[in-house]
Design a protein around this ligand. Structure first.
Ligand SMILES: Nc1ncnc2c1ncn2[C@@H]1O[C@H](COP(=O)(O)OP(=O)(O)OP(=O)(O)O)[C@@H](O)[C@H]1O
Length: 312
């Protein structure tokens, strides 16, 4: 379990993390979601004791990282997969890590097997593909068989097969009862990976909820309707209190604030023919844009981050 309470980090005048409180529970994958520059990496570094908070604290199983007796046995992390000695083999890289942490060599072979790198264990890690480097980084994180795992943007740059492998592996780690926190700015990816979401923008907590709740609360469900008597239909909908906008594609209307059944009944009562009546379920992308709007607007006007760098 990870508990952040009032966690704050200033770099000079930059407030990277701002009074952030959240809880990451065992047994499920928790996504740590936010636009670029939202403060995800800074938060992860503070969880791991690599950066000192300006205020507040973050505890792992009730203790600060530095109070942990054998940190690698409690928490494992993948921050930067390319952090290996290029001329070391995968096995010797892991043995070096294991030995400096009082972990037996036999565990190295176990973790290589777990991540599917046994066949290439003797090859130089410097020549590994990104996908293989990520697996090696995960093997290193698992060396101490920790109950808490942190992954910072683990699927960045991976091909679909690599993404699927990481996603399934995370589910497996969570199913074993571990606490798994994975950061991403990829919303669609998190929708498929995480059961719980901690969403941040500008270093502040925007929401913590289940992924399903997040989508439900944040995105507005609308209904797309097409009719050969579009003006009649529009007038009827407006008269009944709905908000109506034009889809702009094929003369369809987008109706906000009215259920599909009510629209169908209203159309029937007014003798309006419908050619389409389709509910539009909000996507995670929309939900995310909706909830991080404030931080996106800030960046757009404040010129801190070019708009094209923001997630779409
Ligand atoms: N060492 C540092 N010195 C100064 N500013 C920093 C430092 N590290 C991070 N920042 C700033 O803190 C803010 C949060 O950065 P952070 O890297 O934590 O965000 P992030 O959500 O991980 O973004 P990304 O997905 O782009 O990595 C940014 O404005 C960043 O420029």
């Amino acid at each position: 379990m990870i508990e952040a309470v009032g966690l704050t980090k200033h770099y000079g005048k930059t407030v990277a993390v701002d009074n952030l409180s959240f809880t990451v529970r065992p047994g499920q994958v928790t996504g740590f979601l936010g636009p670029n520059g939202a403060g995800k990496s800074t938060t992860m570094r503070m969880i791991l004791g690599l950066d000192n908070p300006t205020g507040g604290q973050v505890l792992i199983d009730g203790k600060r990282y530095r109070q942990l007796h054998r940190p690698l046995r409690t928490v494992g992390a993948l921050l930067d997969a390319k952090w290996v000695h290029p001329n070391r083999s995968a096995r010797s890289h892991l043995r070096w890590m294991a030995r400096s942490n009082g972990i037996a060599d036999r565990r190295v072979d176990e973790v290589l097997e777990l991540v599917g790198l046994t066949a290439v264990a003797k090859r130089n890690a410097g020549g590994f593909s990104l996908g293989m480097s990520q697996r090696l980084g995960i093997a290193a994180a698992l060396l101490g068989d920790p109950s808490v795992l942190l992954f910072d943007e683990p699927v960045n740059g991976l091909d679909p097969e690599g993404i699927l492998w990481i996603r399934n592996f995370m589910h497996r780690l969570a199913a074993e009862g571990r606490t798994v926190l994975v950061s991403s700015h990829l919303l669609s990816e998190m929708a498929q990976t995480a059961q719980e979401l901690v969403v941040i923008g500008r270093g502040k907590l925007i929401s913590q909820s289940s992924t399903a709740e997040f989508i439900e609360q944040a995105s507005e469900n609308t209904v797309r309707v097409r009719s050969p008597q579009v003006d009649l239909l529009r007038a009827a909908l407006l008269g009944d209190g709905a908000t109506v906008t034009d889809d702009g594609v094929d003369g369809a209307l987008v109706v906000h604030g009215m259920e599909p059944a009510a629209i169908g009944e209203l159309a029937a009562a007014r003798g309006v023919t419908l050619h389409e009546l389709s509910p539009q379920r909000g996507s995670l992308e929309e939900a995310f844009m909706q909830l991080t709007k404030e931080s996106v607007e800030y960046h757009a006007h404040g010129d801190e981050v070019p708009v094209q760098d923001l997630p779409v």
